[in-house]
Design a protein around this ligand. Structure first.
Ligand code: UD1
Ligand code: UDP
Length: 360
């Protein structure tokens, strides 16, 4: 039996782990030890996902959060190292590009434990993003790199990864696995549309949380301006990330939209499926919009999911309110016709498990 330590800590990692942990349990011959760093900690940023997605309860909870990048990553590094020494795993598995990802990868590689990176090879080519630093460093010290797209493979090849001692796979995106599996559950269990009185195609679903948008007063003010303008024509539903809520209060901004607390994944899927379109700076949400046949206006200058932009399903606007309004107007009058399948069809998790078993 092989033993894997999985590191999670931030919201999108719970969603990815839900898909992979389910595949691990179904396969039966891998022992998984889950470490929750504590990076996200509010009920609706953390425990709601474990409960409604039936993710196994973490074996370790490190409770490290709300610190500067260095302090957070450093304290996680130290604490994860202790867990790895005690558990002696064959692999440490990390997801995505957060501080929890980098801390997990670094702790493992220094102890000569093999690092598995799920969502490897993504690049925004913007080194000011903390996530870009986390991804590049994590990829470089990973032994097994599971890429979600062809483009991610190309990125690694351009950086010379074929010369490094590592295994690279295009397995598809585990977020598609989660979206497909939980969409069926959400149909039966999520009351959000009735609760908010939302009809089909009657609202724009918006999320904003990225540091580059929220920490910059001018950018956040522009984004809020565009939300307020849109709201005068069509309802905007905004599940508000705690980072954004803090910044809106700090800058004294006023938003005219349906502001709700962050929601669980089942509610989120139903909100996407019934929306007119999605407006976001989230990585995960850009793909979920596509999976559920919605156009996406991405309030960023770059995206790691470029295939969506290249084929007209998504457009990048940055934070300029005119650009955002134009993009929303453009997509509002178009029919969504899906002509591509970029993310592997919903079987990424089992490809990951089978590849790991073969490598052992
Ligand atoms: C982190 C990730 C980002 C990811 C996002 C997903 C890094 C560098 N960033 O950003 O890549 O897209 O998660 O949502 O790892 N907070 C709460 N309650 C919570 C969680 C956070 O109040 O449950 C507050 C924290 O106290 C902090 C702020 O939100 O003040 C930001 O949290 P942090 O984890 O540092 O970064 P995110 O913006 O969430
Ligand atoms: N999400 C959620 N509830 C919310 C907002 C987002 O369940 O209130 C889900 C979303 O559907 C996607 C994931 O969280 O699956 C994306 O996480 P986030 O936007 O926080 O991070 P990113 O993907 O940008 O790293």
């Amino acid at each position: 039996m092989i033993k894997i330590i999985t590191i999670v800590g931030a919201r999108p990692q719970f969603i990815k782990a839900a898909a992979v942990s389910r595949a691990i349990i179904n396969r039966g011959i891998i022992k998984e030890v889950i470490v929750h760093t504590g990076q996200h900690f509010d009920k609706n940023m953390s425990s709601v996902f474990f409960e409604e997605m039936q993710i196994p309860k973490p074996d370790y909870h490190l409770e490290i959060n709300s610190l500067s990048h260095g302090a957070m990553t450093g304290r996680m590094l130290e604490a994860i190292e202790q867990v790895i020494i005690k558990e002696e795993p064959d692999y440490v598995l990390v997801y995505g590009d957060t501080n929890s990802t980098l801390a997990g990868a670094l702790a493992a590689s220094k102890l000569h434990v093999k690092v598995v990176h799920v969502e490897a090879g993504l690049r925004s080519f913007n080194m000011e993003m903390p996530e870009e630093i986390n991804r590049i460093l994590t990829d470089r010290i990973s032994n097994v790199l599971f890429c979600p797209t062809e483009l991610a493979i190309e990125n690694l090849e351009k950086e010379g990864f074929r010369n490094f001692d590592c295994n690279i796979f295009n397995c598809g995106d585990v977020m598609e696995d989660a979206a497909r599996y939980y969409a069926e559950v959400a149909e039966k269990k999520s009351p959000i549309l009735t609760k908010l009185g939302l009809g089909l195609n009657s609202y724009i679903l918006c999320t904003i949380h990225r540091a580059e948008n929220t920490d910059n007063q001018k950018k956040l003010t522009d984004i809020v301006k565009s939300i307020n303008c849109l709201q005068s024509k069509m309802q905007v539903v905004l599940p508000l990330h705690p980072r954004t809520r803090k910044k809106i209060d700090e800058f004294g901004l006023s938003i005219q939209a349906t502001i709700i607390d962050p929601v669980g994944y089942l509610d989120m899927i139903n909100l996407i499926k019934k929306s007119k379109l999605v407006m976001t700076d989230s990585g995960g949400l850009q793909k979920e919009a596509f999976i559920f046949d919605k156009f996406c206006v991405t309030i960023r200058e770059q995206t790691e999911w470029k295939e969506l932009v290249n084929h007209g399903y998504n457009t990048l606007t940055g934070s300029d309110s005119n650009e955002i309004m134009d993009a929303v107007n453009h997509f509002s009058s178009k029919n969504f016709i899906k002509e591509h399948d970029f993310y592997g069809g919903g079987n990424a998790s089992s490809r990951i498990i089978e590849a790991l078993l073969k490598l052992k």
